[in-house]
Design a protein around this ligand. Structure first.
Ligand code: MN
Length: 450
């Protein structure tokens, strides 16, 4: 687990004024990496978010400001994906972060001449198109929230939930950065009356508020990672929406598990908040109750027990077309915190590699729906509506049971701790569009022959 250093100093301010606003997601203590396109810079390239700007790492590196191992890490961060950066030793990425901090802080050891050159490489964040930060070779979706598993079952989770982090292999080709439209999928689901399987636009479209980690350096096939080793291979974090087609999912879960109900699209926030940036926000993982089995040895480590969790306030906001037309802002429908997650990311990665399966730089592992005990802690509609029986009340007098066409769902996150500068994760947003071949969402339903 990364240690606190001068880059986390709460007294630091940036000479870029927008980075000093209290509500800013990207103060000088954050320094997340991402890949962006802009009219001025052309092809996708690496950047760092600071205030309302993106710092162009490619241009900055050409200027020759980075030295030592930081220069090597910077060279790995300028291309169209961050996979090369992710597999650098954590000490090199840390050196790059330290030099970026010096360049961007108000009291940095940098000449006026250098600072004025750096200011030429700042691009307004609202003028860029963010890309996926990595070529994601593998994606695993775990299910690590006790509250979610209990809520979906209406009782205690199955025994295996307490024995290891449960998960399944997700689809990488349909992962998209924030803002990509979410086309309502078609598939097979059971209609209530008459009760029969049919093919058509999914009627029970849902979101799942999740949190995810990018893998840094991987492991060899056949080599298992301990929890302590796994903790050092978590490069950084983002927000994730595991859009879910509940009708399709309910039917297919009777077979081999999640498949078409999940793979139509997955949205992530485009900025990767580094493991080092998260150092001030580490917390102990939740204590186990007496009735639960002990943590298995291959999933345990003293440091993980003490500081394997993270305190991050997570929210989901919904805006319907009616709310947009009435000029109403998005309504917060979920407030939860990552700290209640039952298993840590180091435990998830240790479990993933416990059979010798190899992971690679840029692989993504997600937490599962981060439901928590807070009053608004249910982090998907299936939990909020209690299987369709309790509609969600929205400010324009409208109700929602499931997502409708035109609805926009946005996930945000803030790491907060007294005495430290709070950092944010940017946005993970997507708007639902009508199913292909069904303009205006007119149902085109076919009953399955046989
Ligand atoms: Mn999920």
């Amino acid at each position: 687990v990364a240690e606190l250093n001068e880059t986390h100093d709460p007294q630091l301010r940036s000479w870029i004024e927008s980075a000093n606003a209290p509500e800013c997601d990207f103060p000088v203590q954050n320094l997340p990496f991402g890949v962006f396109c802009s009219a001025g810079t052309g092809a996708p390239r690496g950047g760092v978010a600071i205030g309302n700007c993106v710092l162009d790492l490619h241009a900055l590196r050409e200027m020759g400001v980075f030295t030592g191992v930081a220069a090597g890490a910077a060279a790995a961060a300028i291309g169209p994906t961050l996979n090369d950066l992710m597999q650098q030793p954590p000490s090199s990425v840390s050196a790059l972060r330290a030099q970026l901090s010096q360049l961007l802080r108000a009291d940095g050891a940098v000449s006026e001449r250098v600072r004025s050159r750096v200011s030429e490489f700042l691009v307004p964040r609202d003028s860029v198109q963010m890309q996926l930060p990595a070529a994601i070779g593998g994606y695993t979706d775990f299910s690590c929230s006790y509250t979610h598993m209990a809520g979906m079952r209406n009782g205690e989770p199955a025994r295996i939930f307490f024995q290891f982090p449960i998960g399944y292999h997700g689809r990488t080709s349909s992962i998209r950065p924030s803002g990509f439209p979410v086309t309502r999928p078609c598939g097979q689901w059971v209609r209530d009356t008459p009760a029969e399987v049919q093919f058509g636009p999914e009627p029970r479209l849902d979101f799942e508020l999740e949190f995810a980690a990018f893998i840094g350096s991987g492991n060899e096939l056949g080599e298992s990672l301990s929890v302590a080793q796994a903790a050092e291979r978590l490069f950084g974090y983002c927000l994730l929406n595991d859009w879910s087609a509940r009708g399709i999912q309910m039917l297919e879960m009777g077979g081999l598990g999640p498949f078409l109900g999940k793979s139509f699209v997955t949205t992530i926030s485009p900025w990767v908040i580094t493991n080092e940036a998260m150092a001030p926000f580490r917390v102990a993982r939740p204590q186990r109750r007496e009735v639960e089995p002990p943590v298995p040895a291959h999933l345990d480590a003293p440091e993980d027990e003490k500081a394997g969790g993270m305190s991050i306030e997570l929210s989901a906001h919904l805006q319907t077309p009616g709310m947009r037309a009435a000029g109403l802002p998005p309504e917060r429908i979920v407030s939860t915190n990552l700290k209640s997650l039952y298993w840590t990311f180091a435990q998830m990665l240790a479990q993933q590699t416990s059979n010798g399966c190899n992971v690679q730089p840029g692989d993504l592992i997600a937490s599962g729906t981060v439901s928590g005990p807070e009053p608004q802690g249910r982090a998907c509609l299936a939990e909020i509506n209690q299987r369709g029986s309790r509609p969600l009340d929205l400010p324009d007098g409208l109700k929602r049971v499931w997502l409708e066409d035109g609805d926009e769902l946005t996930i945000t996150g803030r790491a907060v701790r007294a005495g430290y500068v709070s950092i944010g994760f940017g946005e993970c947003t997507g708007r639902v569009t009508s199913a292909r071949g069904s303009p205006g969402n007119a149902p085109h339903l076919r009953t399955n022959p046989g």
